[in-house]
Design a protein around this ligand. Structure first.
Ligand code: GTP
Ligand code: K
Ligand code: MG
Length: 447
């Protein structure tokens, strides 16, 4: 399979447990397995074995499973030893297999080998880590879909369409006397447009995939006393934040994780924004603004009694952050809860105190977290993928402009080539060692 060395690591989490698994991968595995079992193991068969140290003393009794290459996680010969989940026993077993020719694996090294042996593409390998780290049911389901190739297949389809288009354009360049006519062929423009539309759809889904994997980061902002901390407490269903009728109560950012129908929200309560205030409060406001820059969604809370004045803040929000306007304290004038769309904002009338209208807010949050319509087939993605897709979009746009304006085949072809490269980075067709190192080193040991 490869001339790589043999690696070993405990694959189960540190600490005591019912069962602990030691995993070994590489060319030394067949000999190692024979040594441990006293005979050649059957492939993919659970053998009951006594694991012995060099002197023949039994270290533990457990199961031994042998997966010959290439039908294994890494694509190499793999051995799994299922022992009792004792850190001491597992450490002794690890020492034993290292004495028999293995070395301790680095973080993510099994998955890296799976990638290098073509068992998983890069997006799938990342999905393994995202599945392990999933903080909610929706995140776990989405990561499994990516692991099974839902995202990669879409990328692959785009890559194929892009390749066909490049063949067309590059063929035109090879016939300079006909190049202009060739590139004016409406079929080329149509192919490019279709590609851009498919890419835009995939980009939107990948962005949702990032939110599903990471959870939705919500910054709660507004004027002092609008009821921001009360809203956080209502959503968290606990008295996490201090609520008083004194404006300027919240000084620091308070973050709270909330599970909402299988998705994870990180809510950040912030200091009320106003012009005056002491030094501490001003620092709180600076932190509130920094929180906004990082958020996926801003909940702008206003007091129903003076909502219009409070909402002058809308213009101050970073333009790229999605926002929902909350008109709070409707209990004071007896208004009913409701939802309205005004321009790019959704407005919700509710009461953090009585809970009226909170269900509308929960629905809105779920929509933003990617659990809206069409979420059934959602896959997980990473910011790295979104950035790559954005670069692809920019190159395709440049190619379209070049073709439309100048019919400069060489330039358009170069943009398409760059687009293909950026797309290939997602699945790992084009990668640098630095990128691979960065990705796999963030995995856990034994994966
Ligand atoms: N009647 C009514 N009062 C509310 C409601 N929400 C909050 N309040 C009251 O408004 C006051 C301010 O609430 P907070 O939650 O502290 O407001 P805040 O926006 O966090 O204030 P700062 O942290 O000072 O910026 C408190 O007295 C709350 O009890 C509501 O829906 N209805
Ligand atoms: K307050
Ligand atoms: Mg507060």
């Amino acid at each position: 399979m490869s001339a790589r060395d043999t690696i070993a690591a405990v694959a189960t989490p540190p600490g005591a447990g019912g069962v602990g698994v030691l995993r070994v991968s590489g060319p030394a595995v067949p000999a190692l397995a024979r040594d441990l079992l006293g005979r050649t193991p059957q492939p993919r068969h659970a053998h009951l074995a006594a694991f012995r140290d060099a002197d023949g003393a039994v270290l533990d009794r457990g199961l031994l499973l042998y997966f010959p290459a290439p039908r294994s996680y890494t694509g190499e010969h793999v051995l799994e030893l299922h022992a009792h989940g004792s850190p001491v026993v597992l450490d002794l077993l690890l020492r034993r297999v290292c004495a028999l020719g293995a070395r301790p694996a680095r973080a993510g090294e099994f998955s890296e080998r799976a990638f290098l042996n073509g068992k998983l593409d890069l997006a799938q390998a990342e999905a393994v880590a995202d599945l392990i780290a999933a903080g909610s049911e929706a995140a776990a389901r989405a990561a499994l879909r990516s692991l099974e190739g839902a995202f990669s297949t879409r990328v692959q389809t785009l890559l194929e369409a892009l390749t066909r288009l490049r063949v067309h354009v590059e063929a035109a360049i090879d016939f300079p006397e006909e190049e202009i006519d060739f590139l004016a062929d409406p079929a080329i423009a149509a192919q490019l447009e279709a590609l851009r539309a498919d890419l835009a759809a995939l980009l939107a889904e990948a962005r949702r995939g990032v939110r599903l994997a990471d959870g939705l980061h919500v910054a709660i902002v507004g004027r002092p006393n609008a009821g921001k901390s009360s809203l956080l407490n209502a959503l968290a269903a606990s008295e996490r934040a201090i609520v008083t009728d004194v404006p300027g109560t919240t000084r620091d950012v308070l973050r709270e994780r909330v599970q909402l129908d299988g998705i994870e929200l990180t809510l950040a309560d912030t200091a009320g924004l106003r012009d005056s205030g002491d030094a501490v409060e001003r620092e709180g406001m600076r932190r509130a603004r920094a929180e906004l820059e990082r958020a996926d969604l801003a909940l702008l809370v206003s007091d129903a009694a003076h909502a219009e004045a409070d909402l002058a803040l809308l213009a101050a929000l970073p333009p790229e952050v999605a926002r929902v306007v909350v008109v709070n304290k409707i209990d004071l004038d007896g208004a009913a809860s409701r939802r309205e769309t005004r321009g790019r904002e959704v407005w919700l009338w509710l009461s953090a105190l009585t809970g009226a209208g909170l269900d509308l807010l929960r629905e809105e949050l779920k929509r933003h977290a990617g659990l809206g319509e069409g979420a059934a087939g959602a896959f997980s993605a990473r910011t790295r993928h979104v950035l790559a897709l954005e670069r692809v979009a920019a190159h395709l746009e440049a190619a379209a402009l070049t073709l439309a304006a100048t019919r400069a085949g060489e330039l358009a072809a170069e943009e398409l080539r760059q687009a293909q490269r950026a797309l290939g980075e997602i699945t790992g067709e084009f990668t640098s060692d630095d990128l691979l190192g960065a990705i796999f080193s963030s995995f856990c040991i034994g994966k």
